[in-house]
Design a protein around this ligand. Structure first.
Ligand code: GLC
Length: 558
């Protein structure tokens, strides 16, 4: 076994004076709640707002700063709430407006902020606006959506395909025109070039801000404004539309400069309310420079354009390091990075990377420089659920079988205890998606086990809160591009914390004596067998993650 001697490198991010005083969202942990699957309070097998309220104590004890709740607005549920038919009403399946008000009040009383989802690109086809728009070509709301005449041969106006497959256009037989939908045909796209749409949707933001929500997660904003000419998308060499560069094609066609005044308007609206309200956004970007464009050149657009790139990376130290460094290198001055390793659209990381790696990913999430988003259940190392074909619910899968098992596996109910149905819904009720019964690792079981992943995550969160080095310090990679080890140093004033992740199956020895005379173990992913470490000989076991506090002792004789 050779020893890796750590070397100083230039920090990929440096502390500036502004880092003494950061807003809550610049360091805070955002916890994503998928409301259908968090907690059912009324025994119908579907989670709801009261359920979330009942579990706030758990979230407070976990130590999160904010919850982002995915859509709970009135909806026919073609895309489980991402098809909204009334932006200012609660869908009865999730409860009432009183329930939301009570949840918000309780969350605030516990110091937890609440971010709601805003779905601006499209409404439901059952939204009164669309029903009117569809009624005739002369209806005043016709232009609120995107309607086009067929080509002379009757085919759709262009070759665009929806994200869920098939043409992005559906013919309305009665009026003889096609409408655009970048997702399901039940999700018609709004026309954001129409000032009345901008005004009506701005009213929605005001409605929720007046209630006191702390911000919005903006859904699918990359495609909000379409190319004015609606050009065909370029085809791949083999003549097909879908290919490796789909995203690039979409960005060319959809990521239009005219989007930015709209984002600035959203930001001006949130900034006009007291308190630090935040805009986070789902973004499709071909690279990190493009991702940063959503912040606006004056940092006057979205505060946190979500870095979804890390969810696409394999378990590979070099690729992880390169991606993280590239991202930091592209940050606009003053912008705050953010990391997302799991959400309701991607297979869970415990499944993607394998069971022995979820602690490492949680450690990266909580110790890299940037605001972390944690998807419910990932703090337990919850894997994807097993969904049999007859149990599939995601329209993505149900309508388009070529998409395999769709997004149901990552949306299975939270596992609270070891009773049948895991405390999510009563034992005699059928949950909307099956509980992953073979994963006997509920909140209750892990709470009782001092070396569980839940305890590991709680400790990470405590350390992140305790040490400014972790929540706002500079960061430098000191691993000399080792193929298996990702090692970085976080520093703030005299605090220095070393984070070491072993991506490989071999034991490694690491010498950090360039940096310190003593290394104090703060946390190891192998909580059951912690090892005392010394600065000049740190032992890193297969797949182990370590957090060490580095101390430089001053010799009194010096
Ligand atoms: C976003 C959501 C996804 C939804 C889609 C359409 O990508 O994350 O769940 O299906 O938008 O609104």
């Amino acid at each position: 076994m050779t020893t890796l001697r750590l070397k100083t490198s230039s920090p990929v991010f440096n502390v500036s004076p502004s880092h003494y005083d950061l807003a809550w969202w610049q360091t805070g942990i955002i916890y994503e709640v998928y409301p259908r699957s968090f907690q059912d309070s009324d025994g119908d097998g579907v989670g709801d707002l009261r359920g979330i309220q009942q579990r706030l104590g758990y979230l407070r004890d976990l130590g999160v700063d904010a919850i982002w709740i995915t859509p709970f607005f009135r909806s026919p549920m073609a895309d489980f709430g991402y098809d909204v038919s009334d932006y200012c009403a609660i869908d009865p399946i999730f409860g009432t407006m009183d329930d939301f008000d009570a949840l918000l009040a309780d969350a605030h009383a516990m110091g937890i902020r609440v971010i709601v989802d805003f779905v601006p690109n499209h409404t439901s086809d059952q939204h009164p606006w669309f029903i009117e728009s569809r009624s005739s070509c002369e209806n005043p709301k016709r232009d609120w959506y995107i309607w086009k005449d067929p080509n002379p041969d009757g085919t759709p106006p262009n070759n665009w395909e929806g994200f869920f497959g098939g043409s992005a256009w559906t013919l309305d037989e009665r009026t003889g025109q096609y409408y655009l939908h970048m997702f399901l045909e039940q999700q018609p796209d709004l026309n954001w070039r129409n000032p009345d749409v901008i005004a009506a949707m701005s009213d929605v933001l005001h409605f929720w801000l007046k209630k006191g929500v702390d911000g919005f997660r903006l859904d699918a904003i990359t495609i909000l404004i379409k190319h004015e000419d609606f050009p065909d998308m370029p085809l791949d060499a083999d003549g097909t539309l879908y290919g490796g560069d789909l995203l690039l094609q979409l960005v060319d066609v959809h990521n239009q400069p005219d989007l930015h005044p709209i984002l600035r308007r959203f930001r001006a609206i949130t900034d006009s309310y007291p308190g630090d309200r935040v805009l986070i956004a789902e973004t499709g970007a071909a690279n990190f420079d493009e991702l940063m464009q959503f912040c606006g050149s004056q940092l006057d657009e979205v505060q946190l354009p979500m870095n979804l790139n890390t969810m696409l990376l394999p378990w590979d130290a070099r690729m992880m390091r390169d991606s993280i460094s590239d991202y930091y290198a592209c940050l606009l001055p003053g912008a705050v990075p953010n990391f997302v390793f799991g959400n309701h659209d991607q297979s869970r990381f415990a499944t993607r990377f394998g069971d022995q790696h979820h602690r490492a990913i949680n450690a990266l999430l909580m110790t890299l420089w940037g605001a972390p988003t944690l998807y419910y259940g990932d703090e337990l190392g919850m894997p994807d659920g097993r969904i049999l074909p007859h149990q599939q619910k995601d329209p993505f899968t149900v309508q388009y079988s070529d998409f395999g098992l769709g997004r149901d596996p990552e949306r299975t109910p939270m596992q609270w205890d070891e009773t049948p149905n895991a405390g999510f819904t009563p034992p005699n009720v059928e949950p909307w998606l099956p509980i992953r019964t073979t994963f006997a690792s509920s909140v209750a079981a892990q709470s009782a086990d001092p070396v569980s992943t839940l305890h590991f995550c709680k400790r990470l969160i405590q350390l992140r809160r305790q040490y400014r080095a972790l929540n706002r310090g500079s960061i430098q990679f000191v691993d000399d591009h080792h193929p298996d080890l990702l090692i970085y140093l976080r520093e703030f004033e005299d605090e220095r914390i070393l984070i070491l992740v072993n991506f490989g199956a071999l034991l490694h020895s690491v010498d950090a004596s360039t940096f310190a005379s003593r290394a104090e173990l703060l946390l190891t992913s192998r909580m059951d067998t912690p090892m005392t470490q010394s600065a000049d000989s740190i032992s890193l076991r297969p797949y182990e993650t370590l957090l060490l506090k580095l101390v430089q002792e001053v010799n009194p004789d010096d």
